[in-house]
Design a protein around this ligand. Structure first.
Ligand code: PSV
Ligand code: MN
Length: 430
């Protein structure tokens, strides 16, 4: 296995903290034991937790106003995979990468597959892109793609999605995530019913070409770039479409794609109850689709989402929606943000395992409101840092991934070996 961070450096880094971690772990073992919780079972699940990183997340993001690229950022999909491998090597939580096509379209899929395999990485859901035009593209997506009024534009977008599936098959992926920005900026611009009908027809065409062991994940988003109406604006539209299209068509929840104050954990519960929750894009937000780092604004919400997922898995342990980070790292080193965020999501997951579900059910049934909310808070307030540290230590990662990464000098080295691509300085997310 190829590893870009020197193993000796990693060992030295861990050796300095191992004693303290072991002592903290023993203390937490005793504490949890008093509540009848076996820390070993929690640790095992923490070690099994994985979340995919988006290939575009290792580049510096930006807004429509500007992008401030950092030195040493990746210039192609191979360099992106190098960075993803570092995120996984130190966090041990991110063995999968989600590709965006055509941004990451390889000349030779086999070569890309092998390149990922040498790092122990595999490919998660494939993402299609019909929200921007590509050089040389015949029809424009300015007025929509899968929902366009012109059948020829819809066909071009359908063909693109089929091409993405075919590429994904060569790379070992098992899902296609479709987010379309189709919508309108003015009342009257678009016929609501016709555009949704076109969407359904288009997804059905793509679905016909879906391999039997694949899923299509429909991603909704309330607004942007369409500011008056968006065809797949909410989980209701997503659910209706997924139900209409077929069993392997599911909904995907991107945390940042909802109106402020919306109860996302309840959306999670609803979609899962009816067998339609297929995956997540994790990030955080303050105002809209801010694409801030997961858990940086509202970690309690993240915990409540996992509380629902753990509740569902208590009934069906085989249930496992796809987890992916989808963030825009505008002012941090993307590698640091991705490691930190993967750990934040893992933390929310681990805390959700500590909820006393029997007690919660009892308080809910008795309408003991205060104690019901206190039961959730009790788990949330527990400091599980040492479980996460131990999971990484035992899994061969770094006790403190960000610190270890900084000491390694990886970014200084890429800043030297990857001279800046001046053409990428404009605005935009990648
Ligand atoms: C749209 O805002 C989105 O969340 C979709 O998942 C896209 O594929 C991704 O962002 C692009 O960054
Ligand atoms: Mn997303």
């Amino acid at each position: 296995m190829t590893q870009l961070i020197d193993q000796n450096l990693l060992k030295e880094h861990n050796a300095k903290q191992e004693k303290a971690v072991t002592s903290d772990y023993n203390a937490l073992t005793e504490k949890l034991d008093r509540s009848g919780i076996d820390i070993g079972t929690i640790l095992k699940q923490a070690k099994q937790f994985t979340i995919a990183v988006p290939s575009w997340g290792v580049g510096t993001g930006g807004t429509r106003f500007a992008r401030f690229p950092m030195k040493g950022e990746p210039r192609n999909i191979f360099e992106k995979l190098d960075d993803c491998s570092v995120v996984h090597q130190l966090s041990r939580a991110t063995p999968a990468v989600s590709l965006h096509i055509p941004w990451d379209k390889p000349k030779d899929p086999n070569e890309l597959h092998q390149y990922a395999t040498q790092y122990g990485l595999h490919f998660d859901a494939m993402n299609s892109n019909t929200f921007q035009d590509q050089i040389g593209q015949e029809k424009s997506y300015k007025f929509g793609s899968l929902t366009h009024t012109d059948r020829a534009v819809r066909k071009q977008a359908i063909d693109h999605n089929i091409e993405v599936i075919e590429l994904g098959q060569k790379l070992g992926s098992k899902a296609l995530t479709i987010w379309v920005s189709d919508g309108s900026n003015f009342p009257g611009q678009q016929h609501f019913k016709n555009s949704f009908t076109n969407y359904l027809e288009s997804i059905k065409e793509i679905y016909k070409r879906l391999p039997v062991d694949w899923n299509i994940l429909l991603e909704h988003k309330i607004f942007e770039p369409a500011f008056y109406s968006t065809v797949i604006q909410d989980w209701g539209s997503s659910y209706l479409a997924a139900k209409e299209v077929g069993e392997c068509c599911l909904s995907l929840v991107d945390l940042g794609h909802h109106a402020p104050n919306i109860n996302i954990e309840m959306i999670v519960s609803r979609l899962a109850q009816f067998g339609k929750l297929g995956g997540f894009h994790f990030n955080d937000s303050k105002y809209g689709d801010d694409d801030l780092d997961s858990g940086s604004i509202n970690p309690y919400q993240l915990f409540l989402v996992f509380n629902e997922l753990t509740d569902i898995r208590a009934q069906d342990p085989s249930y496992k929606p796809l987890y992916m980070l989808d963030q825009s790292h505008n002012v941090t080193d993307p590698i640091e943000s991705l490691m930190y965020s993967a750990v934040e999501v893992q933390r929310a997951f681990v805390k959700s395992l500590l909820v006393n579900r029997k007690a919660l059910a009892h308080y809910q049934n008795e309408n003991d409101v205060l104690m019901a909310q206190a039961t959730l808070k009790e788990a949330y307030n527990l400091d599980v840092e040492v479980i996460l540290q131990m999971a990484r230590l035992q899994g061969g990662g770094a006790i403190d991934p960000v610190n270890c990464y900084r000491v390694s000098g990886y970014r200084t080295e890429t800043a030297r070996s990857r001279p800046a691509d001046e053409s990428k300085i404009g605005s935009g997310i990648v």
